[in-house]
Structures are given as C-alpha cells and as structure tokens.
Write a protein that binds this ligand. Structure first.
Ligand SMILES: [Cu+2]
Length: 151
C-alpha cells in the first residue's frame, strides 16, 4: 500500500513538471534559441495542448524585421497569412485541432534581421471553448513569449 501511494505521488509530480515545462515555444528547427544576423533560418513553433479540451487555433505574430518566405505544409491545418504594405508577413493563423495530450509543430522559413537583437514571438492559443492563452509576455510567469537571440 505504501509503495502504491508513493508511486502515485511520483507520477503526479512528474505530470506537474511536464505540464509546467510545456509552453508554446518558437525555436530554430534545431531547437535553439539563437540564430545569426541576416541568414535564412527555419523556425519551429511548438504548441502543446495543456487543457482537457482541444486547441483549435494558433496565431503567431512575426517579429519586426523578420521576413517570412515559406511555410512547411502542416496536414490537418489551414493557414491564413496577413501581410503589411511592403508584402511582409506580419501574422499567421493556423486552424485545426490539437487534442489533449498532443502537440503540433509548425515550420516556417524566414530571413533574420540585418541587425543583432532579440526576436520576440507572440503566440495566441485558442481552445475549443473560446478561451485564449496568450504567450506574449503580458504575464511572463504564466505566458512567456518565444525568444530568439540574433547575433
Ligand atoms: Cu506550459
């Protein structure tokens, strides 16, 4: 009986840790948080569903100075792109379904800014009940934005 309780506790602790670590993130394709000035880079947006209901929409705001050129096809998702007057992609919305215990990955190719600095990637994750989780640093402890150091 003692063993059973202990393993149940260990299991719930492990679940808590994995949920806490599972934020929506933007990294390079290789999983890095840094890249180089002016190069073409492949970025990976990773979105885990952290509730008991599905994620239905993901909105990504492209940092200023980043020039998106191409998207990898993501089966099961539709994509809507917003561009500014210069033809640069400023925002991307994917609609589809990421069920509980699943994560989705979206890949895009982009040219980095010509100047060194920090890219801040804001992500807004909508669930099937209409609730939105903002990964935009509005509350950095709960919803940190994705970051890439360009140097
Ligand atoms: Cu999380």
């Amino acid at each position: 009986m003692k063993t059973l309780i202990r393993s149940a506790l260990t299991l719930s602790a492990a679940v808590l840790i994995s949920v806490a670590g599972a934020h929506a993130t933007v990294r390079t394709e290789g999983g890095l948080s840094e890249s180089k000035v002016g190069v073409s880079e492949t970025y990976r947006l990773n979105v885990p569903t952290e509730k008991e209901i599905s994620t239905t929409q993901i909105r990504l705001v492209i940092p200023a100075g980043v020039s998106v050129s191409r998207f990898q096809v993501t089966p099961g998702f539709t994509r809507t792109v917003t561009k500014n007057a210069d033809g640069l992609v400023t925002e991307v919305v994917w609609k589809g379904r990421v069920a509980p215990m699943e994560y989705a990955r979206f890949f895009l190719q982009a040219r980095n800014p010509a100047q060194a600095g920090e890219l801040v990637w804001k992500v807004y994750q909508t669930y099937s009940d209409g609730s939105v989780v903002a990964w935009d640093d509005a509350d950095p402890a709960k919803g940190p934005a994705g970051r890439t150091t360009v140097k």
